[in-house]
Design a protein around this ligand. Sequence first.
Ligand SMILES: Cc1cc2nc3c(=O)[nH]c(=O)nc-3n(C[C@H](O)[C@H](O)[C@H](O)COP(=O)(O)OP(=O)(O)OC[C@H]3O[C@@H](n4cnc5c(N)ncnc54)[C@H](O)[C@@H]3O)c2cc1C
Length: 458
Amino acid sequence: MDTNLPVSTQPRVVIVGCGFGGLRLAKALRDAPVQVVVVDRNNYHNFQPLLYQVATGALEADSIAYPIRKIFAGQKNFFFRMADVQRINTAGNTLHTSVGDIRYDYLVLSTGSLTNFFGIESLEKNAMQIKSIPNALNLRSFIFQNFEKALLTENPEEKQALMNIVVVGGGPTGVEISGSLAEMRKHVLPKDYPELDLSKMQIILVEAGAELLGPMSVKSQQDAMRYMNELGVQVRLNTHIKGYENCRAYYSETEFIPTENLIWAAGVNGAEVPGLPPEIVARNKRITVNQWNQVQGLTNVFAIGDVANMVTDEMPRGLPMLAPVAQQQAEHLADNLQRLLKGQEPVNFVYKNKGVMAIVSRNKAVVDLPKDVHFSGFFGWLTWLFVHLMTLVGFRNKVVAFVDWAFSYFSSDQALRLIIRPFSRRDVKDDQGKKKAEHNTGTPQYNPTPPAIQTPAA
Ligand SMILES: Cc1cc2nc3c(=O)[nH]c(=O)nc-3n(C[C@H](O)[C@H](O)[C@H](O)COP(=O)(O)OP(=O)(O)OC[C@H]3O[C@@H](n4cnc5c(N)ncnc54)[C@H](O)[C@@H]3O)c2cc1C
């Protein structure tokens, strides 16, 4: 029991997840009279907004991750256990984890989100996702492996499918990765694969809604669409991908896009942990919390960030799943926990929207600030670079990212295109590290019989 954590007279706050929210909360409790125990299945903090740059070879994985123990070196009340949290026992105030049980006085869930495939099994089995560093490295290797295969095949249909890349989801992640792939097609692939006719390579961004960057301003949506056209990315709006099998991304019973590379960036669910009463798990598997992040019906359990469903009058569908929401909730909860310890009333959380942005490619980004301020282009791109550089954890990471970006900008090249972890879909793992797919796609299989179409669960 308690995984050798030291006995303390101070109450123990256990934080599950050291992403944007968990990290900020543990730091904010540095001087609080509590024992802070952080549990994460990884021993590093992952800066997810730059995952797509790892996937497209613009940044090294090491420059967007930082070892958790190093971040907290010197924080006396901090303890870390690398473990997968499998179940919460709210009656016994304990967590059941892969390394043993951990007792808590206060529990904070900051477990983030998981890719949502809307119950479509063929996508879950065969699509690439981009939620973790292993996902991003797999994606990079997979794309370059497929180009190596495209050189070898005589079959034009197979060659086309190996070179085509379909990105599903026109939100910031889908737009960012499509733009980055278009840059790769223009600057990197012609140098590496002069034997391939890259004018035939298609990058297709598919979006179920009527516009790109749905939650952003109309100006940002229009700018993003214009940039996609300039980069030669084909955008298909109002299109649902309903199945993906045998290298065919189906958007109707019979119509499909041939592709070996399908990247699913079309939605996420909260990463809830089993053991909570089912009635408090809201839509998208987010956990219902009150205005001070307390889980409904549980006095000493809290949730922040992506996994928390905090509904406000302005946002009846819950606050957006964004890093600043997680960070602001973390800081607010740190104050509220200390108020609770002193017997004071907690204070309601108010989200301060400081703006949203998305990068499309070099010199092209869109930025929406409060009070309807919008700008894009080169200035938007510089703003994006500056904000992301400043928010990366660790001085070394900031320097390495800056050097990599400067090198790419001035040389129009990306140094990182090693196939260092050969990947086949046989290896697909979900975010819990469990094996998910058994689908072997060593070479594309062209099955003339279309698979059954599954429609997304309501
Ligand atoms: C590709 C991509 C791009 C994005 N771009 C942006 C952007 O540009 N701007 C923006 O604001 N937001 C962006 N986001 C969203 C942003 O990353 C999230 O809103 C933010 O990470 C949420 O923080 P969090 O603390 O709730 O969870 P996370 O940062 O996801 O952290 C969750 C942590 O919990 C751990 N964990 C989960 N379950 C368990 C378990 N059972 N046991 C142990 N550990 C567990 C995970 O390992 C992880 O470390 C992006 C997300 C993605 C995937």
